[in-house]
Every structure is written in C-alpha cells, then in structure tokens.
Design a binder for this molecule. Structure first.
Ligand code: DNO
Length: 347
C-alpha cells in the first residue's frame, strides 16, 4: 500500500512539511487548481507542484482531480475540444510521473451534504447528510452548504434544468464516449483512470447519477474493458448506501486489477432512510467494517495508492470541512495499522 494525503496546493492551510511528518507517507494527491475546468494544464505548473513536493520528500503520483467539463457530461457544446484538452492533460501529468488520475462523472455536484458542521457529542464536528433536511430543500431555489459560492442561482438552475432532460442512459453513453477517447491515451502514457463514485450514491434533485453501485461499474468496464479504466474505491461514498456491500466490491474489483486508488473513511447510517454522518475512521464508530475492506483488498492483490478521506474537525482545529489535518492524520495511522497487520498475515 502506498499511503498518500490530499493537498490542495499552495492555498492549502496544511503545510507540506506537516504532511511529510505523517508516518509511512509516500506522497500527496493534488491538482492544478487555478485553471478553469476544461482548459489545459502546463508543464510549468506541474513542474512547480512536483518540486514543492519533492523538496519535502513527497511524491506526486496521483492527481485528484482533472475535472470533467459539464459539456462532456452533457454531450453538447464544446465537448470534443474539452476531451482533446483532457487528453493533453493526461499526457502532461504523465510527463511529470503521475500514474493515477481520479475524476468523477457526477452532474453539477461532486458531493452533497446537508450539514458541514454537524456537532458530535464529543465536541468534534463532521459532514453529515440528513434525509429529513434534504427533503426540505426547495429544488427550484437551491441553497446548499458548500455550493452557494460555486454557482450563481441562475447558473445552477440552468444546469439543473438541462440535466433533468438527460436520462441515465444518455449520461452513461457520454461517459463511454469520453472514455473511448481518453483511455487509449492513458494506455500509451501509463496512466490509470480511477473514477470516483457518486457521493452520495443516488440521484439528487432529479438529475441522473451513474456510478453508484456494482451494476454501474460492471457495465462501464464492459463498455471499455482496458485495465487503465478503473475506479477509486471510496468507502464512504459507496458505503453511504445500505445496498452496497463494500467488502464484496473491494474483493471483486481488486481481483480484476481495477482498484487504482482507495479513499478510506467510515460513515454511520443514522436512520432507516438515507441519512448518514461522517465519523472517525475506526470500524467501531461507523457502519462499515474497515478491517474487512482492507483485508478484501490485500487478499486480492491490491498494492496501490490509499488516502485517508474526510476527517472530523477535532482538537479545536477549524479546518476545511472534511480536510483538516488532525483527524485525517489519525486516520492515516489507523490505515497504516490495518494494512501492516493484514499484509503481514497475508504473506
Ligand atoms: C470530496 C472528494 C471529491 C472527489 C471528486 C473526484 O471530498 O472525495 O470531491 O475529489 O469527486 O473527482
């Protein structure tokens, strides 16, 4: 297992030096953040990022994300031009030693919560999703925690209206169209594409989502069988749905050699609907058996990139929700323990 940690570039409040002090860390997961979605990244931008990491002894082999322009997802407008740019970006990151690109194909929102500062009884705060709060949201006048600054109300409404006319089938065809152009480039330059699952893994506001379960993944891999076409096994995203069996999924896709990246975090299902709260990483705090997920990965040959995903805000830290230092570092230590024990037992 190669332990990594997400770093939001030079604007991240967490210095690379702190990340380099996490036990067993191999590198960061990062991206170029100051180029608009769909445009090309330059060699200079990549060299600069890579040097900042190397100066602290950190690798930079995973990019999260090269975002996919909405025209590609909707199959309209300047889609072909944006796909060409995407291919150029894959070639560019490969020139700088990147081996894995995490991306998603979720319309509009690449994650959704109803509370970013849910108060836990121990005084920590977490991201959470309450079904009762969600059904109160007016889909024609959307104000969502974390998204109000990304889109103007008109822009958001326009996008949602456009997506409501797109079926699951059409969105899936647009994904396959994209992959058929991008994957051959990945094969040539040695980059693995790792699609991130829908978060949460169900449709929201009447817009389609197509990477929510095993069935979705199977048909995507059937359509584009190359092993460079793989997934980010995000335990917390798939695991928000009671219908997904994470242990089985980890075993199955690790065996197929398609798990190129793993996000590990735990979630606690908090009612009989779809509500969940993000909790500390250990199995006992949530609804997922983290040790069993790691065991399924290791026993089926997984030896790739892993990062601790969303932590709570703890120890008085006022970090970016989900991305503070302390709880993710504790998560990293726990992940190290799980992998070390499992890998030794598996020899
Ligand atoms: C949220 C993240 C996602 C993820 C993208 C990948 O915390 O897991 O935003 O980076 O979906 O494209």
């Amino acid at each position: 297992m190669k332990l990594t940690f997400r770093w939001y570039g030079e604007k991240d409040s967490i210095p690379l030096q702190y990340i380099s002090q996490i036990p067993n860390i191999s590198g960061v997961v990062t991206a170029v953040y100051d180029v608009p979605v769909g445009e090309v990244w330059t060699d200079e931008q990549l060299s600069k990022l890579k040097k900042l990491c190397a100066d602290k002894n950190l690798g930079m082999e995973v990019i999260e994300s090269i975002p996919v322009h909405e025209d590609i997802k909707m199959g309209c407008g300047r889609r072909d031009e944006y796909i060409e740019n995407y291919c150029k970006n894959i070639e560019t990151v490969a020139r700088h030693g990147v081996k894995c690109v995490c991306y998603n194909f979720m319309p509009v929102f690449d994650w959704l919560r109803t509370d970013m500062y849910h108060k836990n009884s121990d005084g920590s705060t977490s991201l959470s999703y309450s079904y009762d709060d969600f059904v109160k949201v007016d889909p024609n006048n959307l104000h969502l925690p974390g998204w109000d600054e990304s889109y103007s109300p008109d822009e958001l409404q326009g996008l949602l209206n456009a997506y409501r006319k797109i079926s699951h089938e059409q969105l899936f065809e647009n994904l396959v169209y994209f992959l058929k152009k991008v994957i051959p480039v990945c094969e040539r330059v040695g980059v693995n594409m790792a699609i991130h699952p829908d978060d949460p893994p169900w449709d929201v506001f009447g817009i389609p989502r197509i990477v929510s379960c095993e069935k979705d993944l199977d048909r995507m891999f059937e359509a584009v069988p190359s092993k460079n076409n793989g997934l980010t096994l995000c335990s917390g995203s798939f695991g928000a749905s009671r219908k997904n069996n994470l242990v089985e999924m980890a075993a199955k896709y690790a065996k197929q050699g398609r798990v190129h990246f793993v996000h590990l975090r735990n979630v606690l299902w908090t009612d009989n609907h779809d509500s969940f709260c993000e909790v500390g990483h250990c199995s006992k705090h949530g609804s997922l058996d983290m040790a069993a997920i790691v065991k399924a990965l290791v026993e089926n040959g997984f030896d790739g990139y892993v990062r601790p995903d969303h932590g709570r805000n703890i120890f008085g830290e006022n970090g970016k929700p989900g991305y503070g230092l302390y709880d993710r570092a504790l998560g990293a230590a726990y992940i190290n323990g799980l992998f070390e024990a499992t890998e030794k037992n598996n020899k």
